[in-house]
Design a protein around this ligand. Structure first.
Ligand SMILES: NC(=O)c1ccc[n+]([C@@H]2O[C@H](COP(=O)([O-])OP(=O)(O)OC[C@H]3O[C@@H](n4cnc5c(N)ncnc54)[C@H](OP(=O)(O)O)[C@@H]3O)[C@@H](O)[C@H]2O)c1
Length: 240
C-alpha cells in the first residue's frame, strides 16, 4: 500500500520538491502552506496523489484542525515532515523580526510536532521528520534567531527520540540538517558556498527517511562541515 506523507510547508523550495519526488515514488502526499495558489498549482501538476490544506503554522488552533482535516482527506498519515521555516521577516524592529522567526520555526514546529506525536501514539507507529539546519550547530551572527531556532528543534527532536525509546513507542524521529540548498530562502544572499541542488538534497533526504535514520545531512558534503563544527572549540566559533 502507498505510504501517506504530509509535508508542512510544501509551497516552495525543499518542501515542494519533496512533494514532487514523493508522488513520483507513488506516495500519497499532503501539502500545506500559506500560499493557496501554489498549492492549487501543485494539485494540477501532481493530480490524484496530492491533497492540500492552506495553513499558517502560527495560527495554532486552526493549523491543528487543518492538519486533522488533511489526514481525514488522505485516509491516514504514516510520515509527517515539519519543513515550514523562515530565516527573516520584514518587521518594524529587530525584536519583532526575531519574534516572527521564533513563532514559525519554534512555536509552529512544536504545535505540529505535538499533534503528530499524539496521532502516532494512538496509531501505534509513525515517523516525524523535522527540517533543522547545519546552522543548528553554532550561533551565526548573520542569523541569530534562525540558528537558535534550529538548535532548539534539533535538541527537542533528540529529547523526543529518547522519550520514544523509553516509552517503547514505534515512532521514528529524523533530524534533517541541510547545508545551503537552492530555494527562495537563500535567493539573493551573498557569500554562500557549496549551494546544493534542491533535487539532489531531496533525493538524499528521502533515502535517509526511508532508512529511518535519526540524522540526515544534505547534500552529503555538509556532513563534513557538521563534523568539523562539532570538533571546533567555542573560542574559534565565537570569532566566526
Ligand atoms: N535552503 C537552505 O539553504 C536551507 C538550509 C538549511 C535549512 N533549511 C530549512 O529548510 C526548510 C525549507 O526551506 P526552503 O529553503 O525550502 O525555503 P522556502 O522555499 O522559503 O520554503 C519555506 C516553506 O515554509 C513555508 N512557511 C513559511 N512560513 C510559514 C507559516 N507561517 N506557516 C506555514 N508554512 C510556512 C512556506 O510556505 P508559505 O510561504 O506558502 O507559507 C514554504 O513552503 C526550512 O525549515 C529551512 O529553515 C533551508
Amino acid at each position: 500500500m502507498s505510504k501517506k506523507i504530509i509535508i508542512i510547508g510544501a509551497t516552495s523550495g525543499i518542501g515542494e520538491e519533496l512533494a514532487r519526488q514523493c508522488v513520483e515514488k507513488e506516495y500519497i502526499v499532503g501539502g500545506t502552506g500559506r500560499r493557496l495558489e501554489r498549492l492549487e498549482s501543485l494539485k494540477k501538476e501532481l493530480g490524484n496523489y496530492f491533497y492540500y490544506s492552506q495553513m499558517d503554522v502560527t495560527n495554532h488552533d486552526e493549523s491543528k484542525e487543518q492538519l486533522q482535516s488533511l489526514i481525514d482527506q488522505m485516509g491516514g498519515m504514516d510520515i509527517i515532515v515539519l519543513n515550514a521555516g523562515i530565516s527573516n521577516h520584514p518587521a518594524a524592529s529587530i525584536t519583532a523580526m526575531e519574534q516572527k522567526v521564533i513563532d514559525v520555526n519554534v512555536s509552529g514546529f512544536i504545535q505540529m510536532f505535538g499533534e503528530a506525536f499524539q496521532y502516532f501514539r494512538k496509531q501505534g507507529y509513525g515517523h516525524i521528520v523535522g527540517i533543522s539546519s547545519i546552522a543548528s550547530l553554532f550561533g551565526s551572527s548573520r542569523a541569530a534567531p534562525y540558528s537558535a531556532s534550529k538548535s532548539f528543534i534539533s535538541t527537542y527532536m533528540q529529547a523526543y527520540r529518547q522519550r520514544c525509546n523509553n516509552l517503547r513507542e514505534d515512532i521514528t524521529v529524523t533530524d534533517v540538517k541541510p547545508g545551503f540548498v537552492k530555494s527562495e530562502m537563500i535567493q539573493g544572499k551573498k557569500g554562500l558556498f557549496w549551494v546544493g541542488e534542491t533535487e539532489t538534497a531531496v533525493k538524499q533526504m528521502i533515502k535517509d527517511i526511508e532508512k529511518k535514520k535519526s540524522y540526515s545531512y544534505v547534500t552529503r558534503r555538509w556532513r563534513l562541515v557538521a563534523w568539523l563544527l562539532k570538533l571546533t572549540p567555542n573560542w574559534i566559533l565565537d570569532r566566526l
